[in-house]
Design a binder for this molecule. Structure first.
Ligand code: PHE
Length: 343
């Protein structure tokens, strides 16, 4: 009888483990563990067996029943899992495309400028957008009564701080914290109380460069800006310096790149070039040799060191580069606009 029990157990477990769905498993449960199963029959007839047979058969039948029950439970869980997975995954549905972000045109332009300048040996420095008058004006040789302060139309905060009007603040912060030589760039948001129109915004971005060492010359400034212009606007780009005034540079210049749209001859599309207005030149930004007073305000030896600095608006370069005719588009977050740019 023990042999019969063993065979029964093996057959049951084999069938249970290969049951392919919950319905056939239920049938096996009735057959092997139900009230009228063969095993139950054996167990209920145990009283009629001889005293020697009783414990042997009883033990074998009990063990077989436990193993069959546990095989049934295990298979049930496995089949339920399978059924749930099958519900969750409909392989016939079309795939869902993931959202892929891309760079905002200003970020793309900034990254490009930073890459070119880094390749020329400039390190990237950072500074706060909320700064104080010392870093935005005083240390940059722009005392309280200086008319340049008015030109900047500054946003002041109640506690005496201000929203920086240019990235030149970072020149001071870097020089305060390290001795020469210095070769850094800095980029980021700047603020001015401007009336917003197609070419002006009260929030805009600048990129700034500063190079200080013994014997730095204006020729190096011109070389650096020429290289930058050719990398970003095309290798035919020429540069032009016009005399200008900034409190923190002496001499100071404004610099122009030759127009990349009409190749500098002022004509495009059969008429006057719209981008450079027929002049062949595009105003880019300001630059100059660091004023000795700036060195004094950060404790640098103004007799020993010279340096150059430059700064310009990133929106402007991006507008020319990408053919964008309204600065406000950068800040409206309209996907129909931003989707056209960036990689
Ligand atoms: N900070 C100046 C501006 O915002 C630009 C500039 C930077 C000029 C560095 C000279 C040197 O107009």
């Amino acid at each position: 009888m023990v042999r019969e029990i063993d065979e029964l157990r093996e057959a049951a477990i084999g069938a249970i483990n290969t049951a392919s769905d919950l319905k056939s498993l239920e049938e096996l449960r009735v057959l092997y563990a139900g009230r009228r199963s063969r095993l139950r029959e054996i167990l209920s007839g145990i009283g009629q067996l001889s005293a020697e047979e009783r414990p042997v058969v009883g033990q074998a039948a009990g063990k077989a029943q436990r193993e069959i029950d546990s095989a049934l439970d295990k298979r049930q869980l496995a089949l339920q899992d399978l059924a749930e997975q099958a519900d969750a995954l409909d392989v016939t549905l079309p795939g869902r495309r993931g959202h892929r972000g891309r760079k905002h045109p200003l970020t793309a332009m900034t990254d490009e400028l930073v890459d070119v300048l880094r390749s020329m040996g400039f390190a990237v420095a950072d500074g706060p957008e909320v700064d104080d008058e010392f870093h935005n004006f005083d240390a940059l040789n722009t005392p309280a009564d200086h008319p340049a302060r008015d030109e900047h139309d500054t946003f002041y905060l109640d506690d005496g701080h201000l929203l920086r009007t240019h990235t030149s603040t970072v020149q001071i912060r870097v020089m305060e914290n390290q001795p020469p030589p210095v070769r850094v760039i800095s980029q980021g948001r700047c603020y001015r109380k401007e009336t917003v129109d197609a070419t002006h915004h009260m929030v805009f971005h600048q990129i700034e460069g500063l190079y200080v060492d013994e014997g730095v010359s204006l020729a190096e400034l011109k070389g650096t800006l020429t290289t930058l212009g050719r990398q970003v606007m095309g290798d035919q780009t020429e540069i032009r310096f016009r005399p200008h005034f900034f409190p923190f540079t002496e001499p100071s210049v404004e610099f122009d790149f030759s127009c990349s749209i009409c190749s500098g001859d002022g004509h495009a599309g059969g008429g006057r070039c719209r981008v450079c207005k027929g002049t062949g030149w595009i105003e880019i930004g300001g630059a100059g040799m660091v004023d000795p007073n700036v060195f004094r305000s950060v404790g640098y030896d103004a007799e020993k060191y010279t340096g150059f600095a430059f700064g310009f608006g990133i929106e402007r370069v991006a507008m020319i580069r990408y053919g964008i005719d309204d600065i406000r588009l950068f800040f409206e977050s309209d996907l129909r606009f931003t989707r056209q740019f960036g990689g």
